[in-house]
Design a protein around this ligand. Sequence first.
Ligand code: SAH
Length: 227
Amino acid sequence: MSFKADVITLFPELFPGPLGASVIGRGLEQNLWSLNTTHLRHFASGKHKNVDDTPSGGGPGMVLRADVLAKAIDAVSPANDPRPRLLMSPRGQPFTQKMARDLSKGPGALIVCGRFEGVDQRIIEARNLMEISIGDYVLAGGEVAAMTLLESVVRLIPGILGDEKSRDEESFENDLLEYPQYTRPADFEGRSVPPVLTSGDHGKIKKWRQEQSESLTRSRRPDLWTK
Ligand code: SAH
């Protein structure tokens, strides 16, 4: 059974977008994962097909209605759905490589994309939505956040990347940033590739890369280093 992503959004036309390109898109074509978008508007009721309404208590903007969201969620994710239900939200748990790895081993995810001022709090509780943030900044909607999450998850699914080993040495694996990479030409505008990398001594190369990873992490990301 492959990874099944369901996305509830007011802008289904944004998908697959970048998820249709390169290795992620090829994986989609090869059914290594699947993507189904659901238009929230189709679940609106009443004459005006409203999906949102003014905030209780007043204030600017609009809030997505819990009843409309519930109908959309229930249509794609029955009560016994084993997949986690995620809500993209700047108030959520910060998304990490570890979460990407865990999700990539699971059956998939249902992802709700917020818009406007966000969603009615009651849907989060009633449908057990896990709020996930992709960073400490505010987007206009959850769609780009959902794509970010899915792109990082899907590339970890076996068969998506050509060389599975390349994943294990990447930034954030082992809480370290990746060492600097080089390729041809040997001389670029007077800058040469560090000689150790062309020495053929694999022990030395490994040690150099480890040292580079450690010093980069220490100087750029003391928060990771202390972990
Ligand atoms: N008023 C809200 C922000 C709403 S932004 C607040 O202050 O918290 C509109 C929608 O964009 C959100 O519902 C969410 O789905 C999405 N979004 C914005 N920033 C995000 C982030 N950093 N991570 C994940 N989703 C985000």
